[in-house]
Write a protein that binds this ligand. Structure first.
Ligand code: SF4
Length: 216
């Protein structure tokens, strides 16, 4: 069923080509800043960092705490996020940069990221998938809501790892898992923002024939 859901979403919305960023490092910064805030706020913060030529690991590490907080303020929770950014950049520099990290095995890398402050599973997997090109599926609240409504999950509060494993197992024989996982997550977000909202617009839903939840 998941493969069918993916195909229908892809045909309906087209390729999303996530993550919206100019460099893999910008992806990481965007992922760290987007926690608990809307993307437009992250864009303002990233634009501020670019304007001050600070969008590099070294730039963020050397930047004074107060200035960094001020620049990322639009993204909210700016004190906490400034610490998380500095922590992440420190890890990145001491590991020899993103290209070095890419050479590590997925599970080792994931465990290292999860040990960093401010990096939970969704954040770690977003960095792994969109910045480090590792074939891992990112689960978020939209994913759980949609899969629950489609009858794939028994509850919207399903365990993160269980959902991730269900999706990854469904595409285990695909040769292009990386591209599929990048697109599938982005398509789910798009679909849940446009149609399968909190109050779903089932009348105009491309997944109507597969759905058990339908509210018309
Ligand atoms: S039919 Fe309704 S509940 Fe089901 S996926 Fe579509 S919008 Fe969501």
């Amino acid at each position: 069923m998941l493969r069918e859901v993916y195909q229908i979403l892809l045909e309906s919305y087209g390729e999303q080509n996530w993550w919206p960023a100019e460099t893999p490092f910008e992806v990481c910064v965007g992922v760290l800043l987007t926690q608990n805030t809307a993307w437009r706020n992250v864009e303002k913060a990233i634009s501020n960092l670019k304007g001050h030529k600070l969008l590099t690991p070294e730039g963020i590490l050397e930047c004074q705490k107060e200035l960094l907080e001020e620049l990322i303020r639009p993204a909210g929770f700016y004190r906490q996020k400034a610490k998380y950014l500095k922590n992440f950049c420190s890890y990145l520099v001491s590991s020899g940069g993103l290209e070095n990290l890419k050479r590590k095995k997925l599970e080792n890398l994931r465990n290292e990221l999860l040990k960093l402050k401010g990096i939970g599973k969704e954040t770690a997997d977003s960095i792994l998938l969109y910045a480090l090109e590792k074939p891992v599926f990112v689960v978020d609240a939209y994913t759980k809501r949609l899969f629950y409504r489609l009858g794939i999950l028994k509850t919207e509060k399903e365990n993160y790892e269980k959902v991730r494993r269900i999706v990854e197992a469904s595409f285990s024989r695909e040769s292009d898992k990386l591209k599929i996982f990048k697109e599938f997550h982005a398509l789910i977000v798009e679909h849940c923002k446009a149609t399968c909202r909190k109050k779903p617009l089932c009348n105009s839903c491309c997944l109507l024939k597969l759905c058990r939840y339908v509210k018309i």
